[in-house]
Write a protein that binds this ligand. Structure first.
Ligand code: AMP
Length: 375
């Protein structure tokens, strides 16, 4: 199958080939026709599967099919709601990349930065709005944005939005949109909670599942080191240096832990940056850019900050602390070995994390290989 088979317009096909894509990923093969059909969709797909293009491409096609650029003040026609600023910004980048040859206008709004530039942008009129829930609701309440002309609503990483307590905001936001609309929900997994949410928000959705719970777990080499908490940092520095790892994403449980570890790695001579919810948007963007450029060798992140980061083909992911929720382990290691590239995920497990490790192995339905921390 190729992108030509979807009947997308030439402007989109040109943008796709400029991105270097030749074959649609499996979520794209299934979601693009379903979204073009105009119905609702519930899709299980993790970051790294190509899900952003899977919804952006068909929606750019639909928006172009009924051109509204002649209307006086452009009303928002597509709204994408995402849990984090980083994810929202990345979706916006994708919209701009794939829509580069189309006359559609887009904007992204999220918290943590000034309202006024966003208000100015919204006043000019946009066809596509990407937003985090809190800030979007703020703009709606103040009358800075309207959703009464919205044709499609996308809830991206809906499972994470549930976890982060955004569900009330989302319900309020949806009240601003017409009830006659297309609604798409993307989630890493189909949990009971997600199914409940979908039942209330989607009408006869097409269901697509390209994320069997442990899919990443099968392609990524995984190893566990059992050791005392105090030995973790030494082993991590050694693994990075001896393995000559040039780019490694390290997960810690807390923001404080991320800061500490990043500082200590710096003392060990490893260039490092921490990324978490307490950092300003500028600091986060800088850290991510440095990491992508290769100036920052170790990026230390909490789960929420790392969620949705578009970092491709990461060779090494380290669980410095195990996640509290076993599913997050699968999200984390999904950052490595993407798009068929080999990757390695290492977990450092202190005695008080034994139970968490058991939970992860139960979810994966297998025991992870043990490494020798003393070797
Ligand atoms: P996503 O799951 O949306 O975060 O996308 C993961 C990565 O895959 C992004 O860096 C995209 O640029 C890339 N990508 C998306 N679709 C394709 C495709 N059909 N072929 C190759 N790479 C793709």
């Amino acid at each position: 199958m190729t992108f030509d088979d979807f009947g997308l317009r030439a402007e989109l096909l040109d943008a796709i080939s400029a991105s270097g894509y030749t074959t649609p990923t499996s979520i794209q093969q299934r979601a693009i026709p379903a979204i073009l059909d105009g119905g609702d969709l519930l899709a299980a797909a993790q970051t790294g599967t190509g899900k952003t293009a899977a919804f952006t491409l068909p929606l750019l096609e639909r928006l172009s099919a009924h051109d509204a650029s002649g209307t006086k003040r452009r009303a928002v026609r597509l709204v994408v709601i995402a849990p984090t600023r980083e994810l929202a910004a990345q979706i916006h980048e994708s919209v701009k990349t794939y829509g580069r040859n189309l006359p559609l206008r887009s904007a992204v709004v999220f918290g943590g930065v000034g309202m006024q530039p966003q208000i100015d942008r919204l006043r000019k009129g946009v066809d596509i709005l990407i937003a985090t829930p809190g800030r979007l609701l703020d703009h709606l309440k103040r009358g800075n944005a309207r959703l009464d002309g919205v044709e499609t609503v996308i809830l991206d990483e809906a499972d994470r939005m549930l976890d982060m307590g955004f569900i009330h905001d989302i319900r309020k936001i949806l009240k601003y949109a017409p009830s006659q609309r297309q609604t798409l929900m993307f989630s890493a997994t189909f949990s009971k909670e997600i199914r409940g949410l979908a039942a209330g928000m989607l009408k006869n959705p097409v269901e697509i599942d390209v994320a069997p719970r442990n899919s990443a777990a099968e392609t990524v080499a995984q190893r566990v080191y059992r050791l005392a908490k105090a030995e973790k940092r030494g082993l991590l520095s050694r693994l990075i240096k001896e393995g000559d790892w040039q780019q490694v994403l390290v997960f810690t449980r807390t923001k404080h832990g991320a800061n500490n570890l990043s500082r200590q790695l710096g003392q060990d001579g490893l260039s490092s940056a921490a990324i978490h919810g307490n950092k300003s948007q500028t600091a986060r963007t800088q850290a991510l850019a440095g990491f992508k450029r290769g100036d920052v060798r170790v990026l230390v992140a909490t789960d929420i900050a790392a969620r949705g980061l578009d970092i491709d083909h990461l060779p090494h992911v380290v669980n410095y602390d195990l996640p509290q929720v076993a599913e997050d382990y699968v999200h984390r290691i999904g950052r490595t070995g993407r798009a068929g590239n080999a990757g390695e995920a290492i977990s450092l497990v202190a005695p008080d994390e034994a139970k968490l490790l058991k939970g992860i192995e139960r979810l994966l339905k297998r025991q992870l290989e043990r490494g020798d921390a003393a070797a």
